[in-house]
Design a protein around this ligand. Structure first.
Ligand code: FES
Ligand SMILES: [Fe+2]
Length: 368
């Protein structure tokens, strides 16, 4: 008789160093950009492995319900929004209000069984995004990550609020964003180049946030930055300050300035990266950018720059980052020998954030 092969604990442990397979639940995650949810629309989205349906109530505010009818488990997002802020199941017509209670059964005596309800999730709308709270603790709006750089900016200087799905665990994407040395290789010529490999790196902690700064002096400006500065000098200093905010939201300030000058005197953009785990091996990736210290004054040129930043960043994430990160996921999943990573000087940020995230998750799990 064939013997079941026990998983090797050392191998599993080594994989957890790269992908823990756990989530912080009592936290805000982006469910969608505000623009992506129209009136009367039902948007189905899986978040932390849970099917969720989002819709706007009559007053415009957003509700989020479990996307699984308790009768025969049809997805509610295939139904419709009807009067009184209700969602009607597409299959046999049960109606649910925004609290998740079934408020109408059109069949038989029309009585409503006690188990006929779905979970509802706290939702808030901030910084042009819809945020959802997945945990069982009371939601706390003061914990919405600070993306106020997205508020009150002229649309001309904000790029498309975009979204892709990456077929990899969210932690691999945070690793990618907290170590921007990869821009010199994966995004060579666009976001980095051989001049930006040699950088002064500093890693700071502010509360539970981790900030990784890279300063590359005396570099040729990479393509996406070169278009931002009129009368571009031959050489510039390139700066990046990436802030990770638990569990998986990142805000980058990046740009170029004259060599030896203070970064504030330069120009660049705030780059927004919001990661929401869909499952253990897929992640919703929401992104946009907002220019600061805009030095180009011509409207037509600024419209071109807006378009260029939108398309280049999407290209960089979808065509350059995603293939490597998705391949990493495959390699780690299928490994038959330990995948204990070699740590380089560039890895201080990724190591630091993972310690904090794991601690926050451990505290949450011991309290629940
Ligand atoms: S599956 Fe929803 S009412 Fe039957
Ligand atoms: Fe990248």
């Amino acid at each position: 008789m064939a013997r079941a092969v026990e998983p090797d604990p050392a191998l599993l442990d080594s994989k957890k160093k790269m992908i823990s397979g756990t989530y912080l639940r009592n936290a805000w995650y982006v469910a969608a950009w505000s623009d992506d949810l129209a009136e009367e629309q039902l948007l189905g989205r899986t978040i932390l492995k849970e099917p969720v349906v989002l819709y706007r109530k009559a007053d415009g505010s957003v509700a989020a319900l479990e996307d699984r009818c308790p009768h025969r488990f049809a997805p509610l997002h295939m139904g419709k929004v009807i009067r009184g802020d209700r969602v009607q199941c597409p299959y046999h017509g049960l109606e649910f209000d925004a609290s998740g209670a079934c408020v109408r059964n059109p069949h038989g005596t029309k009585s409503i069984p006690p188990r006929a309800r779905v979970r509802s999730y706290p939702v808030t709308e901030r910084h042009k995004a819809i945020w959802i709270w997945m945990g069982s603790e009371p939601s706390d709006e003061s914990k919405v990550p600070d993306f106020s750089v997205l508020d009150n900016v002229p649309e001309m200087h904000a790029t498309k609020r975009d979204h892709i799905t990456i077929r990899a665990n969210y932690e691999l994407i945070i690793d990618n964003l907290l170590d921007l040395s990869h821009t010199s290789y994966l995004h060579d010529g666009i976001l980095g180049n051989s001049d930006t490999v040699e950088s002064e790196i500093s890693v700071e902690r502010e509360g539970d946030d981790v900030i990784v700064s890279r300063h590359a002096p005396n570099a040729i400006a990479p393509g996406l930055f070169a278009i931002l500065m009129p009368s571009l000098p031959d050489r510039v200093d390139k700066f990046t300050h990436m802030r990770w905010m638990p569990p998986s939201n990142l805000r980058l300030v990046t740009g170029i300035c004259s060599t030896g000058a203070r970064p504030e005197s330069g120009t660049g953009y705030h780059a927004i990266h919001m990661l929401t785990p869909e499952s253990d091996r897929t992640t919703h990736y929401f992104f946009t950018a907002v220019r600061f210290n805009v030095m180009t004054t011509d409207d037509a040129l600024n419209a071109q720059i807006q378009q260029k930043i939108s398309t280049t960043r999407r290209f960089a994430f979808e065509e350059q980052d995603a293939p490597v990160i998705e391949a990493q996921q495959e390699v780690i999943e299928s490994a038959q020998t330990p995948v204990d990573p070699v740590i380089l000087a560039i890895d201080v940020g990724p190591v630091r954030y993972k310690q904090i995230l794991q601690k926050l998750i451990a505290v949450e799990q011991t309290q629940s």
